[in-house]
Ligand binder design. Sequence first.
Ligand code: XUL
Ligand code: CO
Length: 443
Amino acid sequence: MDVLTGEREYFKGIDKIKYEGPESDNPLAFKYYNPEKRVGDKTMQEHLHFAVAYWHSFSSRLADPFGPGTRELPWLQSKDPIQRARDKMDAAFEFMTKMGLKYFCFHDVDLVDEAETIAESERRLQSIVDYAKEKKKESGIELLWGTANLFSHPRYMNGAGTNPVFEVVAHAGAQLKRAIDATIELDGHNYVFWGGREGYMTLLNTQMKKEKDHYAQLLTMARDYARKNGFKGNFFVEPKPMEPMKQLYDTDAATVLQFLREYDLMDDFKLNIEANHATLALHSFEHELQVAADAGMLGSIDANRGDEQNGWDTDQFPTKLNDVTRAMLVILEAGGLQGGGINFDAKLTRNSTDLEDMFHAHIGAMDTFARGLMAADDILRNSSYSKLRKERYATFENEEGKRFVNGSMSLEDLRRIAVKNGEPQQVSGRQEFFENLLNTHIR
Ligand code: XUL
Ligand code: CO
């Protein structure tokens, strides 16, 4: 069976997307993303590790809270859940192969629908995992990360790992186990926790400390189980402040770091930073990336964007070059992502109903990251950016500054120095200069 077409070809009339360069006017070609092109010490492909999100691209018919889905997905026609799952997988591997996407990410229930009983759900997942192994082998495509959807089923309405009822936590454990099994069997590079229902709607009915203790217990059990079964990859926690719950415990990067430290999970876990989640937390994407990077915990990213005009998680494809360049600057300065990649956790807007729209969305996003990568590399290599940033702190290299940094100075010493030197000279932060510098290097 041909990996490109599976049992039938879904994306008819679209060939493999090629790099044609910025002069090309072919909408179904890359203008900037050239996988083999070297940027610094690595190729674009090595820097970027793009992944498709199974849920948005192959499961969602683009429903929103005000209406049902608008697009037909020809791979979801079969009445038989296993056949439907196989058809979906054929479509996914055809799409990834045509796009040149080397990685994918999934929730357990994206691969195949959950059944009535745990045993049947396990059987179903095993069957589609066996099929995925074949497709992986034929195509060379790899699993960037797997996860369990512990937020959609009504039983999780009060949380999964943080549910006040132990029997629900046990169900979450059963589901977590099979998602980890699937990830290990598919040689997944990483495993993600996004705690969509791990939080509360009102603190009035919630014992927060107890719930967080339970959540940490579940993460610890998951870590121990996976390690015992040979999983060598990273665990990632993906912060988000709210939605679907009013308050999520994994609020932002700093909060998750504190949680991982408190429960002694720092060695096995890192962070998966999502752009739109950063916006919801009233942070910039680059801020969240920097917080993770400064702790040596920048694992992976979920690439998307929100909309300036509204405050919800619109999960649009990332097309804003200036924002992506700022993100790539942090990522490059951190020495890259630790084990992860760039997962397009992004959906088409509800009126983009042609199958071809999936290609435009991913081509645009990949080109944007390729340009952001080149611009960031150029800024770091060929501009005064790093030097000027360093120079802002030059006074801490002086004898007295150094003593302050080393901790060999007291508050009385600071007073003495302040009195001796008088009012310090004003030093401009030169924000507009830095903003112009960034724009000059975006080509
Ligand atoms: C939801 C979200 C999830 C996670 C995986 O906002 O980002 O899709 O990435 O569960
Ligand atoms: Co995400």
